[in-house]
Write a protein that binds this ligand. Structure first.
Ligand code: ADP
Ligand code: MG
Length: 492
């Protein structure tokens, strides 16, 4: 086995157990540099990836490598290495090399130990590629040119953002961008469900960049506002002004890009805005409720631009994080709410942090009226009054499967059956693809959901439909329509 084969089989196995965004972000551009004795050195594209792999995936990688090499390799070292033309080496031969290598290892390991993530502080020279184009003092407001730090809300900062398993990737990516705007990850694309902290995070990034360099011109904008501005500019013949406004910023934060779906003219204009900024090393951060590929009716060239930097997902917070968020709010506002009430709320409201906060505020308000301490009875009342539409729970594979079956006029039983009839195979593969893109499920889970199939079947289906969506207009249309229907149904 050579090093490339080994590495491909290791990451192939890891791919099964982690989300696609995580996989692409951390394992893209990695390779084995060399193997000495029982140690393998893994090349990674930058120190951020190095620190992250070290912290999060080292154990998993090591376990998998040990398994694949029958415990011949027992140590791994990460090293920044941007050389793309690595020649595969024979692992077996290298492994058998002399014992002198073993003696050298501890030292080698020490040298390449990456910085802990928490110590990745702002690099003062990080702005090299990004000169302010605008100074606050020169801004004479009154006209509608964009002011520095336009639309940033000072209440959204990193300090009041609780980091947990579901959002640590997005958080770390934002921090990295703050330290090196325009050069580290551009664009940064953050996606995740409603009320999970996307707006908070991008605003926090904007605020942090501004704090480090008050002269930078930072624009936060919702996709809706961009669209409206564009329409107004067209209507009033002010395209030039529109363009110079949007193209003169240093940092562009665009929230909820999924709303650009189907708006061809706006997309066209945004494409040019994006390119103009990107070419000048201006940082762009985009949020969405789903990954670029899964946004219906979004131009291919935009999808590929969005996917070209870094994609980070935010998934639902675990119980511990939900409790921590509530505790933080209580502390911040100096509220008096018993711990068991916080625990109860966190336990009951699982999918949306905005709802969680809303429930807490409501309980507090109800008790402020008569100056009493919130009790369990009120908490239960508030939770049960959250209407069914407000709190539907999250999208499931079952809902996706039934939407696909419905679209093709077949039954769910047929869709998950063993039959290999052509008019069942494609819908089945499409269902697998949508479960992957919408829910980020692992391949074994997808296989299970679709009638207990093997994970390789799920992998094959996702790759195949992923390709077809790019080439086949009919498949593309079907997939987009089904996804739209699923979301419309949930919103109604
Ligand atoms: P989204 O943009 O993803 O819909 P928001 O950023 O608006 O979600 O977050 C909803 C609310 O939840 C906001 O008040 C935000 O401050 C809060 N929130 C979300 N995630 C966190 C977190 N990890 N820690 C603290 N507050 C959070
Ligand atoms: Mg938002």
């Amino acid at each position: 086995m050579n090093s490339e084969q080994l590495w491909q089989s290791v990451i192939g196995e890891l791919e099964l157990s982690i989300s696609k965004a995580n996989f692409t972000t951390w394992f893209k551009d990695t390779h084995i540099i060399h193997a000495h004795g029982d140690t393998v050195t893994i090349g990674v594209p930058n120190s951020f990836t190095e620190a992250w792999l070290q912290k999060k995936y080292k154990d998993d990688i090591l376990q998998t490598i040990k398994k694949k090499t029958n415990n011949t390799i027992t140590q791994i070292i990460f090293k920044v290495d941007t050389n793309k033309n690595i020649q595969p080496i024979e692992i077996g031969e290298e492994v058998k090399s002399d014992t002198q290598e073993d003696v050298e290892q501890p030292q080698q390991q020490k040298k390449s130990a990456p910085p802990p993530l928490t110590s990745m502080h702002p690099v003062k020279s990080g702005y090299s590629g990004l000169k302010p184009v605008f100074s606050n003092t020169q801004n004479n407001s009154g006209d509608n040119t964009i002011k520095s730090s336009f639309n940033l809300n000072p209440k959204y900062i990193f300090d009041n953002f609780i980091v947990g398993k579901g959002n640590e990737l997005a958080y770390a990516a934002c921090k990295a961008v703050v330290d090196n705007p325009g050069s580290m990850y551009n664009p940064l694309f953050i996606y995740g469900g409603v009320g999970l902290g996307k707006t908070h995070l991008v605003q926090a990034a904007g605020n942090a960049i501004l704090e480090q360099n008050p002269d930078l011109k930072i624009l936060y904008i919702t996709t809706e506002k961009f669209t409206n501005d564009y329409i107004q500019a067209v209507k009033n013949g002010q395209m030039e002004k529109f363009r110079s406004n949007y193209r003169s910023v240093d940092i562009l934060l665009v929230d909820d890009i999924q709303f650009m779906s189907g708006k061809d003219q706006t997309q066209e204009e945004f494409f040019h805005t994006f390119n103009a900024l990107y070419q000048n090393n201006k940082q762009i951060i985009i949020t969405s409720d789903r990954p670029p590929m899964a946004i219906p009716s979004l131009e291919r060239r935009l999808v590929s631009r969005f996917a070209s930097g870094m994609i980070a997902d935010i998934s639902q917070p675990d119980l511990e994080t939900r409790v921590a968020i509530l505790e933080h709010k209580v502390h911040e506002k100096n509220l008096n709410v018993p711990k068991n009430i916080l625990q109860y709320l966190a336990d009951q409201i699982q999918t949306n942090i905005r709802e969680l906060e809303g429930a807490l505020n409501k309980i507090v308000a109800m008790h402020q009226l008569n100056d009493t301490t919130p009790d369990m009875e009120t908490a239960k009342r508030v939770v049960s009054s959250l209407t069914a539409t407000m709190y539907q729970g999250s999208l499931t594979a079952k809902q996706i499967i039934s939407a696909v079956a419905n679209y093709y006029g077949i039954t769910v039983q047929e869709l998950v059956s063993l039959s290999r009839k052509k008019d069942l195979v494609i819908p089945r593969q499409i269902a697998m693809y949508i479960v992957r893109t919408e829910l980020n499920s692992s391949f074994p889970t997808i296989g299970d959901e679709l009638g207990g199939r093997d994970h390789t079947t799920a992998m094959h289906a996702c790759t195949k439909i992923g390709d077809l969506v790019k080439k086949d207009e009919k498949i593309k249309h079907d997939v987009e329509t089904i996804i739209t229907q699923i979301h419309q149904q949930r919103a109604s």
